[in-house]
Design a protein around this ligand. Structure first.
Ligand code: AMP
Length: 416
């Protein structure tokens, strides 16, 4: 079933959203992107004449009630965004009456699902090494089913619009779907858009396809790099990874971030790229700093020759040109991870050069997907989020989808 084809009139819909929004110390929302992201789905249900039971997690309360992570703090903001009153159930397992009394057009927000350990389904207070762990896990999985069944009992139909948690098999993201038939479970609009964007990257590839992987470490990106190697024409590896590759080739990288135990892996990636005919693009120069702070002294160095006491913190001018050239003319672009320590204003030039080239290629007709935590913060910092084709809301979920893994949150609804 798709959300567009379903008439919610007179139906109660339980919708999993990702309202894990950042709050300041007074409980005020500092960025409401995630609330805005779910609005098309929530508004469609209300406009059809359905009623809403909205559920989400916030933070990591680890199965215990924690007032600092209570969703009651965002109730008014949700009500304002929806343009209607929102009731609040302060115990997500005791919302029967509130849910039963909902009239068409009304909305109910459930308290943070993760106040119960059953939501994540991981046994608490027992170490993985403990011999009793497996039994505890099995028991918790049974409790998770009961928890999901209870959530399902509030509604006629289940909608999953929480892409950020789609890579987790939690009660509200996947298990709950087992209690609805195929005609009464579906993805929300945000999920549909995210899934389509990943599909564009993995299946509907227009060439040349350029992937730009940055960030701090090779080790956290290796799964995606290996998966992309079979698909891309150009693979730009930048950010902190640069120095592991330079070191692997015998370079001196000073105090740069470098994973000494990943040198063989770096050489292996270089070998594989050659075998597969992938144009692997690595930085040749960098902006090095003499301290990890914005206002340190800087110099431009070859990535192979960084003096002791200095560390590579951004792509150098020659590298920026090489990266921009590889990006220009691409027809499919994936960008994950900055090219330097972009949080410091003096080290944004490399990421900025990439962002500008991605925007230019997009204007020339490329499909560009930017995603995964820091790269989103980066395009937002440059004010360019509207000039790329798609900015994903997912961090881990996006990366796992691009690695080619089936997301449990999508599979549970689509029955794949
Ligand atoms: P990741 O979470 O792996 O995508 O890494 C993102 C982080 O990598 C950002 O916070 C950047 O500041 C950081 N980063 C990028 N380039 C470097 C570098 N050359 N040295 C240290 N950190 C870097």
């Amino acid at each position: 079933m798709t959300i567009d084809n379903f008439d919610f009139k007179g139906k109660k819909a339980i919708v999993r959203v990702d309202f894990n929004v950042p709050l300041d110390e007074n409980g005020n929302i500092t960025d409401d992107t995630r609330i805005r992201g779910a609005l098309p789905t929530l508004k469609k249900i209300l406009a059809d004449g359905g009623s809403l039971i909205i559920m989400s997690h916030m933070g990591k309360p680890k199965g215990k009630v924690n007032p600092k992570l209570s969703l009651s703090q965002i109730k008014d903001a949700v009500a304002k965004a929806l343009g209607t009153d929102v009731a609040f159930a302060d115990d997500c397992m005791a919302a029967d009456t509130l849910a039963a009394n909902l009239k068409p057009g009304q909305a109910l927000l459930l308290e943070n699902l993760r106040f119960y350990p059953e939501e994540e389904g991981k046994p608490v207070g027992i170490d993985k090494a403990d011999p009793a762990y497996d039994a505890a896990k099995k028991e918790m999985k049974e409790r998770q089913k009961e928890f999901a069944k209870k959530l399902a009992s509030y509604a006629d139909v289940y909608v999953n619009d929480a892409f950020g948690t789609a890579h987790r098999r939690h009660a509200s993201t996947a298990v709950v779907a087992d209690y609805f038939d195929a005609d009464h479970k579906m993805l929300g609009y945000l999920m549909e858009k995210e899934v389509k964007a990943v599909d564009n990257i993995l299946r509907d590839i227009k060439r040349p396809f350029t992937a730009i992987m940055g960030g701090s470490k090779v080790s956290t990106k290796i799964g995606i790099i290996e998966n992309l190697m079979d698909k891309v024409d150009n693979l730009i590896l930048c950010g902190g990874m640069t120095y592991t590759f330079a070191r692997a080739q015998g370079g001196q990288v000073g105090d740069s971030i470098c994973e000494e135990d990943k040198l063989d892996l770096a050489l292996d990636i270089m070998r594989k790229a050659k075998e597969k005919g992938v144009n692997l693009v690595l930085g040749v120069d960098c902006v090095a700093g003499n301290a990890f702070k914005n206002d340190c002294d800087t110099q431009i160095c070859s990535v192979m020759d960084i003096p002791a006491g200095w560390e590579g913190m951004d792509a150098g001018p020659e590298t920026r040109k090489i990266f921009a050239n590889a990006i220009r003319g691409s027809k499919t672009i994936l960008w994950n991870g900055p090219a330097g320590v972009f949080e410091f204003d003096n080290f944004t030039a490399g990421s900025r050069a990439i962002a500008d080239a991605v925007v230019e290629a997009t204007k020339d007709g490329a499909f560009s997907l930017v995603g995964g935590g820091d790269s989103v913060a980066c395009v937002n910092k440059f004010g360019l989020a509207d000039e790329v084709s798609y900015v994903s809301t997912g961090g881990g979920a996006l990366l796992e989808a691009i690695e080619g893994k089936v997301l449990p949150g999508v599979a549970a609804v689509k029955g794949e």
